[in-house]
Design a protein around this ligand. Sequence first.
Ligand SMILES: [Fe+2]
Length: 130
Amino acid sequence: MQIIPQALFPSMVWSTLFDDREAFNAMLLERIYRLRESDPRGIIKTNVKGWQSPNILQDLPEFNDINLRILQVCDKIGESLKFNQNFEFRHQAWVNLSPPGAFNKLHFHPNCHFSGVYYVSLKAPECGSI
Ligand SMILES: [Fe+2]
């Protein structure tokens, strides 16, 4: 059996920067470290050599700011793709703390319109990006 690959559909990657990212990320980082303190073991899922929170950010009031921004970005992308104007995005989010050498295993996000990453702290070149 021969399987022939064809590049029919491109993978779009959208990116954005928040104007207040410096202050916003500092605030977020503080809350992330508190979250890790409350659950130092985290969960073992896709992150290797780092720390991963449970998939609960969407339910935590202290992460309302980032949750709202995620949904705003999804709305804008949905708009650009001509999604129905009444389309209501829902999301799930978690944290990965990945020191140099840590990485995420190949994984999928089934039943999702979009998958995204928000980098709170990225120190190139020790830490990579998408
Ligand atoms: Fe992922």
